[in-house]
Each structure stands twice: as C-alpha cells, then as structure tokens.
Design a protein around this ligand. Structure first.
Ligand code: FE
Length: 360
C-alpha cells in the first residue's frame, strides 16, 4: 500500500484538533515560524486553524542560509534576529517549523512564558501518532516517577548493564501538545527523559541489530559494545559496519564532549512504530519521532545536554532507541524486556505491541 501524502489529509482539521489540545483560544497571539519555501502547506493550514479558534495568527518566514541539518544543533535561521525574537517573546504560542531545539533563542522564549510546539513530521505521521490525553497522562506520570528516581539501572539479555545516578537535572516530557505557558513539546512524540548527575554513569551498553542510530536514520545490523566510565564512552568495540560508522562519525567532530552520555529515558507512544523508517524513509528524511517514541524502547543518547540545563553543547548528538532492554528505577521495574510493566504507565492492549520477541 502506498504511503499517504498530504493530499490524503485535511490538514486544517488535523491542526484544529491539535491546536484545541494546545488550548489555543480567542485573542491569543500565535506565531508560525518557517523558513522560506519549507512546509508551506502546513503554514497555510495552521494559519486557518488558529484563526478559526479566534487567535491572531501570523507567519514569520526567513531565508535559511545554512543546510537544514544545521538546525539539529541550534543553528537555525532565527539566530541573531533580535527584533523578531523580541516580538516572539510577546506571543502566547510559537509553532516551530524550523528547528529551534537546543538553541538559546528557544530557551529565552520559554522563559518569557511562550509555549512552543515543534512540528517537523509528515502528515501521515502526525495522524498515525496523534496525541491523546491518555498518552499525556501516562507520559506526565512517567515524568513524576522519573523525577523521584535516584538510581536508574538498564540491563539486557545481550550484556547491557549500566547505571545512571540521578537528581541533578530536570526531567522532560514529550507527549505531542503543549497547553501551559513556557512549555515546549514536539508534535507528535511520547517519551520522558532526564540526564545523569555529572560524571555519574558507569557500565556497558550493547547495541544490537534493530536498535536505531537516529542520526544516520539507520537500523543497526551488527553489535556495538560501549564501555562507559564516569559519564563518558571510553571504548567502542565491534567488528561490524555499525561500530565503524559510530567511531568514524563521532571522531570526525574532534570534540571529546561528543562521547559524553546525554539524556536517558523510555518511549511510551503505542501508536509509534519501530519499523516505520523501513516503510517510509524514502519520502522524507526529516522524520524520526516514531523511532524515539515507540512503546517500550529505552532511549539512550550521547552528546549535548544543554536541553536539560547542562553546559555540553557539542554538535555531535546520537539518539539511539534500544529494543529488548529492562529499566529499573530504584529497584522498581519500569520496562522489562522492551515492554512497559509499571502499572501506572502501561497500556493494557497497545495498538502496536512491544518488539520483545527478539532472536537470541
Ligand atoms: Fe536527543
């Protein structure tokens, strides 16, 4: 079956539904940020939807001068545009079609009370992973539980055994909409994460086939063994292409901070699909939220931690969703063998069952 395109969706209806969840209402100022020529169907549909809800909506569009990939690390086309940024700080809501994540400008807007919603996935992903209040409830409960945690232990039958000490950094939740002043979210999503205390991660991570290198939009085909000491990867072992890719790519940044352990958490969206990239990757190289959000994944990552208030702003960021892991918080089971087992967090009958039956 061919993958649907934007022509198959009523985008105005889709965004109306989303902006209602974001509680957009009469008299609000809603800015839609874009780069010239990008996501133009989304811009038009968002303007209509926000206006229909009574908001004063407008589109700001600037020329993107750097390659789109640069937006991954906060080098976005609004950087340094102080006049525009001053105005945006006075808005109620900013819809980001550009990629402001990891930037000072985004943090400044949030501090000024602006709620920010990032939308950078194709329409069929927005529809398939559409957020629900139940997802929001489970993700927020996950955030509360992770906030209490001090000792996070991840294991797998393949040899992963790593401990994160927690408490120094905040916990972030993403469930796909944002209704509170100053809160950021990504439409769609569905996971929680935090960052270990500085230097307090030790152990081994065994990446295996079917885990995902989000930065490469690639499923691993071979094992990679990471040795972690005091918050840094100190050794990358493995004979396959994946270990080679990882060593070479990370080495190319010539930045020791690339090897720092970054955020850690787990995916909770049972409408996200682990195999998604395989079925639709040719359509749009931008989307990755299925991979980060799928139910029961343990989302391991390397690189920057500015998003959580740290000072590592290395441009080398590796998000690596892992299948089949178990995650305990202070001895309490959260994820077991790739399935969420905590009673407050699990879905009785997930739309997409967890990918637990892995070959030995
Ligand atoms: Fe990340």
């Amino acid at each position: 079956m061919p993958t649907p395109t934007s022509a198959d969706f009523d985008l105005v209806e889709l965004f109306l539904e989303e902006l209602r969840l974001c509680k957009v209402h009469e008299g609000e100022q809603v800015a839609i940020l874009s780069a010239t020529g990008e996501w133009s169907e989304y811009v038009q549909a968002l303007l209509k939807a926000a206006t229909r809800l009574g908001a004063q909506a407008f589109n700001l569009s600037v020329q993107r001068e750097q390659p789109r990939l640069a937006a991954v690390q906060g080098r976005h086309p609004y950087a340094g545009r102080e006049l525009l940024l001053d105005m945006l700080k006075r808005c109620d809501m900013v819809i980001d079609l550009v990629g402001l994540l990891f930037s000072r400008e985004q943090l400044d807007m949030q501090a000024a009370g602006v709620r920010i919603l990032r939308i950078m996935e194709p329409p069929h992903v927005l529809r398939a992973m559409f957020p629900t209040p139940d997802l929001a409830r489970r993700v927020e409960r996950g955030r509360e539980i992770l906030m209490q945690g001090r000792h996070l232990h991840i294991t797998s039958p393949y040899g992963t055994d790593i401990v994160y000490e927690l408490g120094q950094y905040p916990v972030m939740s993403e469930y796909g909409y944002t209704e509170e002043p100053g809160r950021w979210d990504n439409f769609p999503s569905g996971f929680v994460f935090t960052q270990a205390n500085d230097g307090a991660v030790n152990g081994t991570v065994v990446l295996r086939q079917g885990d995902i290198f989000a930065a490469f939009k690639r499923y691993l085909h071979s094992n990679v063994v990471l040795t972690v000491e005091r918050g840094y990867v100190v050794k990358i072992d493995g004979d396959g292409l994946d270990a080679d890719l990882m060593r070479t790519y990370m080495g190319s940044f010539k930045d020791p901070r690339a090897y720092a352990i970054s955020h850690i958490g787990w995916g909770m969206n049972d409408a996200a699909r682990w195999y998604h990239m395989h079925t639709t990757r040719h359509l749009n190289d931008e989307h990755i939220m299925n991979a980060l959000s799928f139910y029961g994944n343990v989302l391991f990552s390397l690189g920057p931690n500015v998003e959580l208030g740290g000072d590592n702003d290395t441009p080398c960021h590796m998000d690596i969703p892992m299948r089949g892991c178990s995650l305990k918080l202070d001895g309490v089971d959260i994820v077991r063998d790739g399935d969420i087992v905590h009673p407050d967090l699990k879905v009785e009958r997930p739309v997409n069952p967890p990918t637990t039956t892995l070959p030995a």
